[in-house]
Write a protein that binds this ligand. Structure first.
Ligand SMILES: [Cu+2]
Length: 267
């Protein structure tokens, strides 16, 4: 929602300008995070499952279930068995969480891991005075074959999984390496949110909407996932280039976003 988004941006802005004011910090709360999102209808396609998966592509606040508008992405595709396939032409318009978004369907034709990725057009965020570009991906295993689960696509920025980015239990620890231009990013900040699509949740504090961890000196981050569902990991860095806004060069926040589904223990 545009209004929700503006409010979020303003909170961040106030925080930056009036740092040190504990009273104001308490009044405005913590800022929510934006997430590029790719959510497939299935992450582990069995032989007997429907072979066509549906994909939902958006730019949202996943914990709070509010969407922003996502213009047609600059790139959307799938990587499998060492090859990339352009799927940009398969996107059609839809709405996700009241935001303009995209949907597509894809039918894997052979076993292995399929990595769906999306590069959005740079998003101008006036309240933060930056452009935001979230390189987003998710992994799907087809026909019981998980080979290629650790694939690195060579995106500008990317989380390379150290744990399988599917077939995870809730409670498992998840690890990945944050990379920019193929190199690990020491102490990269990673924002983490759950997509509460299965039911709205009220956090006990706004500080708990987005969880934040830092990578270690080797760019490796670690997070233990408390409950099942879709979890988004967004590793943030500042680009080594700027983009013009009204004739002025502005910083670009790069996000390497990875969506992973965690499963319930079958009691
Ligand atoms: Cu937003």
């Amino acid at each position: 929602m545009a209004a929700e988004h503006a409010r979020v941006g303003k909170q961040k802005h106030f925080r930056a300008v009036l740092l040190g004011s504990a009273a104001l910090f308490a009044a405005t709360g913590a800022a929510q995070a934006h997430f590029g999102m790719i959510i497939p209808s299935d992450t582990m396609i069995a032989q007997e499952d429907p072979r066509t998966i549906a994909l939902e592509v958006s730019f949202s606040h996943p914990f709070e279930l509010s969407g922003m508008d996502l213009p047609r992405p600059a790139a959307f595709g799938v990587y499998s068995n060492g090859e990339s396939q352009d799927l940009l032409g398969t996107l059609s318009e839809t709405t996700v969480l009241d935001g303009a978004a995209w949907e597509a369907s894809f039918t894997p034709n052979r076993p292995g891991t399929y990595v769906f990725y999306m590069e959005p057009q740079p998003y101008w965020e006036p309240a933060e005075d930056v452009f935001i570009v979230h390189y987003t991906k998710t992994y799907v295993a087809a026909f019981g074959d998980d080979s290629g689960w650790d694939a690195e696509l060579g995106l500008k920025t990317e989380i390379v999984p150290l744990a399988k980015p599917f077939a995870q239990w809730a409670g498992n620890v998840f690890q990945g390496v944050v990379k920019v231009d193929g190199e690990p990013v020491p102490y990269a900040e990673v924002e983490i949110e759950r997509y509460n699509v299965d039911g709205a949740v009220t956090a006990p504090s706004d500080l708990m909407i987005t969880q934040t961890v830092k990578a270690d000196a080797n760019g490796v981050f670690t997070y233990a996932v408390p409950v099942s569902g879709w979890w988004g990991f967004a590793a943030l860095s500042t680009a080594d280039f700027q983009l013009p806004q009204d004739g002025v060069s502005k910083d670009v926040e790069l996000g390497a976003v990875l969506w992973v589904h965690f499963e319930d223990w079958p009691n």
